[in-house]
Design a protein around this ligand. Structure first.
Ligand SMILES: [Fe+2]
Ligand SMILES: [Fe+2]
Length: 244
């Protein structure tokens, strides 16, 4: 792990081959014990950053990306849904990386990004793939899972990493970069206090579809990334959501 900003503790770790977790811990009254925001950078011929971070985090995330590659090399700025932590700094990134395009769902493009972004997005259809070089990401529409009509997630085929966004959100400001310990109970404890799931009718079917990709790493947006039997963990989450 490399700390890229000693004041904030922003840090970078490689959690799968050429796939980096950028992590910024935060403290505050809203979440006792603190919280963290992660972005994931896939380094390849056409580098992709998954989640931009909030506008206020931009200088820190930019500094962290610059430790790995020149920021102007970025080609894709992908995000799950339209919220500040997912895409708040999108226009700052578009200015910093002149070759980069927003990557989002067709619904996100239609409802928000074609208007909000300073460059037109590459709108992804369900099941569409984007080749980055050795890495290939596949887009999955997941409307309302965990929240947002425009929500979608991406699977990186080469490393079998599911960029799972807000699924398995864990509290805490000092989680390890990558863990094989249980993350379901911490994320369920978090959800019992502030339930950020939309509880859509087809939640189980969507989680089952993600499980069928058999991810080996789950790149969580808040807390640790996780390594293990991703299919089992996604099905365990579906079981818990069924009980609500
Ligand atoms: Fe979110
Ligand atoms: Fe988030």
């Amino acid at each position: 792990m490399i700390v890229t900003n000693t004041q904030t503790g922003t840090n970078v770790s490689e959690i799968a081959e050429h796939l980096y977790r950028i992590n910024t811990p935060v403290s505050g009254e809203a979440i006792p014990g603190g919280f963290s925001f992660n972005q994931y950078l896939i380094v390849d011929d056409e580098p992709l950053l998954y989640h931009t971070g909030m506008r206020k985090l931009f200088p820190l995330v930019r500094e962290a990306v610059a430790h790995i590659l020149p920021v102007e090399r970025l080609r894709y700025l992908a995000f799950s849904h339209v919220e500040a932590d997912e895409c708040g700094a999108l226009n700052q990134w578009l200015a910093a990386a002149p070759q980069a395009l927003p990557v989002c769902s067709r619904i996100a493009a239609m409802t928000s990004i074609e208007d909000m972004a300073d460059r037109a997005p590459r709108a992804m259809s369900d099941g569409e793939r984007l080749a980055l070089g050795r890495h290939v990401v596949e887009w999955f529409d997941t409307p309302h899972l965990p929240h947002g009509w425009e929500c979608g997630l991406m699977m990186e085929q080469e490393t079998r990493t599911l960029l799972c966004g807000d699924l398995f959100t864990q509290p805490g400001a000092d989680n390890p970069a990558l863990t094989e310990s249980d993350i379901l109970e911490p994320s369920e404890a978090m959800r019992s206090g502030m339930d950020y799931f939309a509880h859509a009718r087809n939640t189980r079917a969507m989680l089952e579809r993600l499980a069928a990709t058999e991810p080996q790493t789950l790149a969580c947006m808040h807390g640790s990334a996780w390594r293990g039997n991703g299919a089992e963990l996604l099905r365990a989450l579906a079981d818990r959501l069924d009980k609500q």
